[in-house]
Each structure stands twice: as C-alpha cells, then as structure tokens.
Design a protein around this ligand. Structure first.
Ligand code: HEC
Length: 145
C-alpha cells in the first residue's frame, strides 16, 4: 500500500504547516466562538432595549448554524498547548458533541421565540442558550468566563 503511505506523508506535512500557521492567527474555532459571542451580545442588547423580538432571529440563526459545526471545529489532534480546549474533549467526544447539539436545539428554539414576537419569551429562551454555552465551557474550556 505504497500509495496510501505517501498520501499520509502529504497529510502530515500539511498538518505541520497548519499547526505552525495557527500560532500567529486565531484558530477557526476561536473565530467561530467569538462570532457566537457577538450574536449573544446583540440579543442581550436587544432584550435590554425591550425588543423588537423579531430582530433576535438573525443572530439566533447564526448561533444555531455555528453550533451545528462544533464537531468539525474540533477535529482529532487539533489540541495545542496554548489553546483553551481541554484534552477531555476528545476522550468524551459523545458528551462533547451532545453539548454542541444541545446548544443547536436551544438556539433553534430561540429562533422560534423571536418569530413569536414576545420579547419576554425571547429573554427566557436566551437564558437557556447561555446555559448551553456555559455547560460546555464548564466541562471543556480551561478558562470559564
Ligand atoms: C460543545 C462545547 C461548547 C459550546 C456549546 C460552546 N463553546 Fe465556546 N468554547 C468551547 C471551547 C472548548 C473553547 C476553547 C477553544 C480553544 O481555545 O481552542 C471555547 C471558547 C470560546 C470563546 C473564546 C474564543 C477565543 O478567542 O479564545 C468564546 C468567546 C466562546 N467560546 C463563546 C461561546 C458562546 C457565546 C457559546 C454559546 C452561544 C459557546 N461558546 C458555546 C466550547 C464550547
């Protein structure tokens, strides 16, 4: 299986290059997480302003979209010494991805709440979305703020 071996060689080189590039730039998952942070902030400000509830639709959709990609954002072997991802992620993969799915579900319920037009309902569901972020960070992120 000489062919397979040389393919693996290429993959290893690409991986090494990718690893080196990540030291300088933010990793894709950090960017994705920051995007979710921005969406959460936008919804929080909206709730403080008393609505309109429908304006929570787009940021809530964005969170659901990113949540669906969480398993892909944490590929095997992507742990680096200076990131905040705990190695437990890859040892408890089913639980980790379940927490991503739970965020996706709560964010989709937030999209529905926004469509319903009642800002109090949006506020209550926003708390649940925040809880889903926190549940994963508590278990799998080294810094829990
Ligand atoms: C399934 C697990 C999981 C869920 C759900 C999750 N996160 Fe994270 N988050 C992580 C992990 C792990 C890290 C550390 C990643 C790293 O350093 O490579 C992180 C890091 C972050 C960071 C720091 C990014 C940086 O630049 O270092 C922010 C901001 C963040 N998350 C926001 C959120 C928000 C907001 C939500 C909910 C809408 C959320 N996260 C949901 C696992 C999760």
């Amino acid at each position: 299986m000489k062919h397979v071996k040389s393919m693996l060689g290429v993959a290893a080189v690409l991986f090494a290059l990718g690893g080196a590039a990540q030291v300088a730039a933010e990793s894709p998952r950090e960017d994705a997480m920051k995007e979710m942070g921005k969406s959460m902030k936008a919804i929080k400000d909206l709730i403080s302003a008393g609505g309109p509830a429908a304006d929570a639709t787009d940021p809530a959709k964005k969170i659901a979209e990113i949540a669906a990609k969480i398993p892909d954002l944490f590929p095997q072997g992507s742990d680096t010494p200076d990131d905040e991802a705990k190695a437990d992620i890859w040892q408890n993969w089913d639980d980790f991805t379940a927490k991503g799915k739970s965020l996706q579900d709560e964010a989709n319920l937030l999209v529905s709440a926004a469509g319903g037009g009642d800002i109090a309902t949006v506020g209550a569901q926003f708390e649940k979305v925040g809880g889903a972020c926190g549940a994963c960070h508590k278990a799998y992120r080294e810094k829990t703020n």
